[in-house]
Each structure stands twice: as structure tokens, then as C-alpha cells.
Design a protein around this ligand. Sequence first.
Ligand code: FES
Length: 217
Amino acid sequence: METDPLQTRKHFILGFGALLLSGLALSSTLFAKLVSYLSGDRMSQIDRTLFLKTKLSRMDQTASERKLELERKSSEYIFIAKMSDLLATKGKYFIDYEMRPALAFQSSEDGLPILISAKCTHLGCTVGADLDENSRILCPCHVSYFDIKSGMPHAGSPAKAPLPHIGWVIMDKQSKIVASKHPKREVEIVEKLDMDSLDHYSIYIAKKFASKATGEA
Ligand code: FES
């Protein structure tokens, strides 16, 4: 039987066209998948990097907190500052034995340290380090002012309880205790301090004065 060349050519063109169309469809699908794979992967790489960075910084933070905690568990005294480094109007932050933020000032009256908790007794924010003209520190969260000397919050403040004071000892260059203060008692002077050479003295917090030891909150 003889085949019609015209018919054959027509079938060939139709078949070729179909093949071409399916090829194009396939390659565009592949291309779209490739683009989405590449861009998706790049996104997840950025996400992964961010995730790892956050994780690392959290690990760093946890590690330094753990270090501070261990130091506090194993040490009878923790160095806070040289006496010459304390200021009367701006506190120096430190972490107390209970791992709470605290502030160290120099008393404008006798030049001795004033150590006070910086954890607001309202909802636990960290209070600011600057004293105002009335010798008060401010918790900016809901505006509570605390008197640095008594620790008491001002009238009308959302905080009702005082910021507790923290006991301290002063050591000379030979690590001899020359003065100390229990948080609720008067200063005990063992040896008269040379107030003109404050850089000879260092201030420490003492485990025996920590709130767990003294039964204070
Ligand atoms: S947490 Fe300090 S005033 Fe509320």
C-alpha cells in the first residue's frame, strides 16, 4: 500500500510540534524548580547563619553567666571595684551573690561604698545607674524612684518595697580587711582608711553577707 507523502509530512510536523511543546514545558518546569531551589536554599542559608549566630551568642551568654555563678559559689569574696573607681552620682553595675544586678556608689557623706540591689522590687526591671538631684535612682519601666540611702521607693511609686542594700568589705593592698559593712548594721572600721589614697583599697562583696546567709530577700 502506498503512503501519501503529504499525510506523512503532516503527521511528522504534528508529532514534532507536540514533542517541542512538551520539551519546552518540561524545561520551564525544571527551570522554575531550579530557581526556587536556588533561591530557597540561599534563604535557608541566611536563616541558618542567623540561627547559628543567635545560638552562639546565647551559648556565650549562658557560659559567662555560668562562670559568674561558679565564681560566686566558690568564692568567699567577689571583687567589685577599686575605691577610687566609685562615683557619688553614677553607680557601677555588678552581679551579686544571687546573680542579680546591683550598683556600687561612693557615699557623698563619708566616701565609703554604698552597694544596693538594682533589681526593681516592682516587676524586676534593672534600675538606672544615675542619681538624680534628690539622691534617687530611677526604675524606668513604670517610673519608681528609690532613695539611695534608705533604698525606699518614693510615695506613689508602683514599687512598694525598698531596694535592699548589700554588705561589703574593703581590703588593702595586702588583702587585709580594713572595713566592712553588714547590710543592716553600722560600718565596722578595723583600720583607719587613708581617704587620700583610695586606689590602695578594693571593695568586695562577701558571701557571709549574701541574702541567703543573712536570711534577707
Ligand atoms: S519594674 Fe520597676 S517600676 Fe515597674
